[in-house]
Write a protein that binds this ligand. Sequence first.
Ligand SMILES: [Ca+2]
Ligand SMILES: [Ca+2]
Length: 607
Amino acid sequence: MRHSVLALAAALALVPASRAAATPAAADYRVRLPQDEVIYFLLPDRFENGDPSNDRGGLTGDRLHTGFDPTDKAFYHGGDLKGLIERLGYIQDLGATAIWVGPIFKNKTVQGPPGHESAGYHGYWITDFTRVDPHFGTNADFRALVDAAHARGMKVYMDIVVNHTADVIQYRDCPAGGCPYRSIADYPYTREGGVYGKRINLGFAGDQIGTAANFARLTNPNYAYQVYVPADEASEKVPAWLNDPIYYHNRGNSTFKGESSTMGDFVGLDDLMTENPRVVQGFIDIYGKWIDDFHVDGFRIDTEQHVDSAFWQTFVPAMLTRAKADGIPNFHIFGEVTTDGMDPAHTAEHSWTDHIPAVLDFPFAHAVDDVAAGKAGTDELARLFAADPLYRGGAEAAMTLPTFLGNHDMGRIGMVLRKALPEASADEILKRDMLAHAMLLTLRGVPTIYSGDEQGFAGTGGDQDARQDMFASKVASYNADPLIGTTATTATANFDEHHPLFREIAALARLRTAHPALTRGRQVVRYAGDEPGLFAVSRFDPATGGEYLIAFNTAATPLDASVLVETRSTDFTTLAGAGCAASASAPGSLHLTLAPFGYAVCAAKVR
Ligand SMILES: [Ca+2]
Ligand SMILES: [Ca+2]
């Protein structure tokens, strides 16, 4: 399997980084559609340290003041935008065409109760929405990053947050934190501290009447809790309007159920009153300016499902209009709508209620993880794709969903495989990891590689345990975790372009971007079963109608089968993997022989 992928890489004459910058593709990156991209997702703090002088963000003191402690997975490690710029060639060599950069905005350096502090190294605790966090560099560095990526024909997607800011607002009647959610029914907006409390906010007709006149009557934020902003943080947030507690829900912590899902604080983070038209306009101004000033190519939206739908229905069209006016016709927006399992109804529902162009395909991640780990039959994939018409825009829209195998929250594919198969050999884990990546890079959706997966990072869990450094790490638990496909560890830098996963991903990414059938082509499931074994689809070139048969064997045993193809597809060329017969056995039937965990991508000759 690997040999033919490597042969493919040679045939495609991989372009070294130094020459890649001058390829003609650089000129037309704007015309590429979202589904034409291969995305590489990284957290800047954990990717490359290009400037040790900014490691403490210009702050002094211990780690609770600077946020910097490269030995602790909960603190800043030193990665920055200069480092990312230096490594663009590596990302391009991998075959990625777009970079999703974790949030770069200025964060609250450290938050959390005594003894449980953590730093904003991940970027999701924003205080200043207008500037780059000093740990990562400057706005000028971000401009240099976007310009350098564009010069290579690569796109840059920003990771944005509107659901919450850092935890700054406090509740006097809940000094210890962990404040429970107080519902609208128990704590109406027009009473202070409960239904029998003092009358306040008279005439406010509720958060569902999104007019300026209605929200002008909401002047007292103390309906559920007595809120205050600590004096030393009174002007911490930028723009300045964000410092007024009236623009937040202030109802205590979300239980992630019912009303609290959109109105509760996400583990203490200040939850914005996104129903208020002042907040809607505020965020249109904030993020519109990043498009205007930096000409970024898209947004990944954090915690989308915890913001009311009306907000998105106004915000999304405003961003698309802004991007068009800035000469960015194919600006991509994809939201984070998480699912606990293979539940495409939930993600599709948000495509309708929020009018969001795309959502991260969590159901895809769950399905491929289950199937690649041998925990489910291949029919789980068939059920996933059968739900594509549920999305707003139908199966066509499903092609723009960023697909992935794992991430910085749920953990990596390597971790999933090892947990599911504790007795499996290192070689079997590597083969299953490659099979999962082959699915990611050939099936419908926009393949999104999580930085480090291409170097065999696994980890022991999600969140902090899945955020290993690409540069030499000082975190003991990261360095103790064996990597997949190499004897190296995270104690040394891992930008190895000869790693077997890197080489396979690079070859398949180039195969994908070279064949419109694999980026824009309609997909039809040809075979799925209720046990591990064969999964096969056909994808079709949108211009020629040429058929690409793509088949995977998720079982540990060799596979021999006949698969339905178009009757016009009589002769096939193997583009990756191995196992398709050179010609149909009879009209409409192609014979396949796949190795254990093998796959094949075979193109029918177009007559
Ligand atoms: Ca640095
Ligand atoms: Ca919210």
